[in-house]
Design a protein around this ligand. Structure first.
Ligand code: BES
Ligand code: MN
Ligand code: ZN
Length: 489
């Protein structure tokens, strides 16, 4: 079940989906019509006229006809005028139809430029994703449940396509692994369990995974990281993953993912409403695990080291407090002005660890760092902060292949001034003004002038309501972009 490119149609399809350009529907060369009897052709032409279907963007026309005792269901999907077609509009038109389809479906088009094989792979994986493992099966209504579980199997006929793996399908599957890790509630996704998941995926996909427990983290002097995780009974883990796709180089790209398995805010506690989705504060971690899977799966010839400082930010008698001063692994002192600005503390030590133990050519951190980035950019654009603008441009281009959006955010020195502290080297929170940028400036203190990008994914990682291409919950976005960026073209 999923998406595949086939060389020959061999089954009766539950549906045939035909993508049509606006006002082109009447053309004789619509491939599909060739298979019809004269009567059925007339019937469909009549229906198109009667319904005034012209193929406008997202316009849908469903028809059924019978031929030699087989009932055929066809769905015409308008993609609008070709000159106005964008990646997003095409993806949207196709998803609006296939999200409601189950069973065997053939997709065809009057114009091959409407078919992007990787896009179809991703869309089918998205459409088939459900996080319903905690819902009891309704035993009295077995038939209904079975129907609901039926998946979409989409096929596209192309005799010229020869590749065995479809990148879009593989990335779609790994996106779903990332979504599973994030959607899992915090009581079932502790730092220890996250680490176990990384180990299992490392074995399955082929990358190395080391787990460090608390005593080892202490020996490493990662005090900022430990301070954040101190109050939780679910103890911290440091997860280190290595993928070596290029043996002739000693250099590696460093990825650091924010791994807050839960963020209650600590003593600067969040409101219930703001806490409700904070199981997703380890999306950066899940994303870097996913990137490692993707690089290994596709045998990419690059070296990548990924580091996750996994812990929980909760309250307790031994919790770190506003007003505390703590030392980072790099030796900088930090005044804690808000225990809810915890991600940057864990990331600072994870970045230092990465740079200290590896030959790093560039470093990228991925973090649900600030609520303020959601205020600024909404839920469809990831904020990027960098000291190397050309890398941002490459990232943005990589995102364009998948319709994932990025915006370069300010890194001016005024924001650095804002995190100065009177009694320590820096403070962890400068309040709400310029929140995403002061967060980024804090991280910049630890990147030792290496080319660096910080991706604030607080807005793009998780949805409370159904999104354009996903059901609500984790989106799994950014994984595809990062994979494509690292792969290079
Ligand atoms: N994990 C949150 C950021 C977040 C908010 C992610 C909403 C996803 C959705 C982060 O640790 C946090 O609490 N940030 C603070 C920073 C502030 C104290 C400087 C915030 O955004 O309020
Ligand atoms: Mn927080
Ligand atoms: Zn957080």
């Amino acid at each position: 079940m999923g998406f595949s490119v086939i060389k020959k149609t061999s089954k009766n399809y539950d549906y045939i989906v035909l993508l049509v350009e606006e006002d082109k529907i009447k053309d004789e060369d619509i491939k599909f019509f060739k298979n019809l009897t004269i009567e059925n052709k007339k019937f469909i032409e009549h229906l198109i006229k009667k319904e005034k279907f012209t193929g406008k963007k997202n316009e849908i026309l469903s028809a059924k006809y019978c031929d030699e005792n087989i009932i055929y269901s066809i769905i015409f999907v308008g993609v609008g005028k070709k000159k106005f077609l964008s990646y997003d509009s095409l993806k949207n038109s196709i998803y609006s139809v296939i999200k409601n389809l189950k069973g065997n479906v053939l997709i065809e088009s009057t114009d091959s430029s409407f078919i992007d094989i990787d896009m179809l792979g991703i869309l089918v994986e998205n459409a088939n994703y459900n996080f319903n493992k905690y819902k009891s099966i309704d035993k009295n209504n077995k038939k209904e449940t079975k129907k609901e579980n039926k998946k979409l199997n989409l096929e596209y006929l192309n005799t010229k396509f020869n590749s065995e793996t479809i990148e879009g399908v593989e990335l779609g599957k790994i996106t779903n692994i990332v979504r599973d890790l994030v959607n899992e509630p915090a009581n079932f996704m502790t730092p220890e369990i996250l680490a176990e998941n990384a180990l299992i995926l490392g074995k399955d996909y082929g990358f190395q995974v080391e787990i460090h427990d608390e005593s080892e983290i202490e020996k490493l002097n990662m005090t900022a990281f430990l301070s954040v995780g101190r109050a939780s009974v679910n103890r911290p883990r440091l997860i280190v993953m290595k993928y070596t796709g290029n043996n002739s180089s000693k250099n590696a790209i460093g990825l650091v993912g924010k791994g807050l398995c839960y963020d209650a805010g600590g003593l600067s506690i969040k409101s219930t409403g703001n806490m409700l989705t904070m199981k997703s504060d380890m999306t950066g971690a899940a994303t870097v695990i996913g990137v490692m899977c993707a690089l290994a799966k596709m045998n990419i010839n690059k070296n990548v080291v990924s580091v996750i400082a996994a812990c929980e930010n909760v309250i307790g008698g031994n919790a770190y407090k506003p007003g505390d001063i703590i030392y980072t692994m790099a030796g900088k002192s930090v005044e804690i002005t808000n225990t809810d600005a915890e991600g940057r503390l864990t990331l600072a030590d994870a970045i230092t660890y990465t740079l200290k133990n590896n030959k790093i050519s560039e470093i990228i951190d991925i973090a649900t760092l600030t609520g303020a980035v959601i205020v600024a950019l909404g839920e469809s654009i990831t904020g990027v902060f960098t000291n190397t603008y050309s890398n941002f441009e490459k990232l943005k281009n990589a995102g364009d292949k998948w319709g994932e959006k990025y915006w370069n955010m300010p890194m001016d020195d005024e924001f650095k001034d804002m995190i100065k502290s009177c009694i320590a080297d820096i403070k962890n929170s400068a309040g709400s003004f310029g929140g995403p940028s002061t967060g980024a400036k804090f991280l910049e203190e630890f990147i030792e002038n290496k080319p660096w990008m910080h991706l604030d994914i607080a807005g793009t990682s998780f949805r409370d309501v159904d999104g354009k291409y996903y059901k609500k919950g984790a989106t799994g976005e950014v994984l595809k972009t990062l994979y494509t960026y690292i792969k290079g073209e």
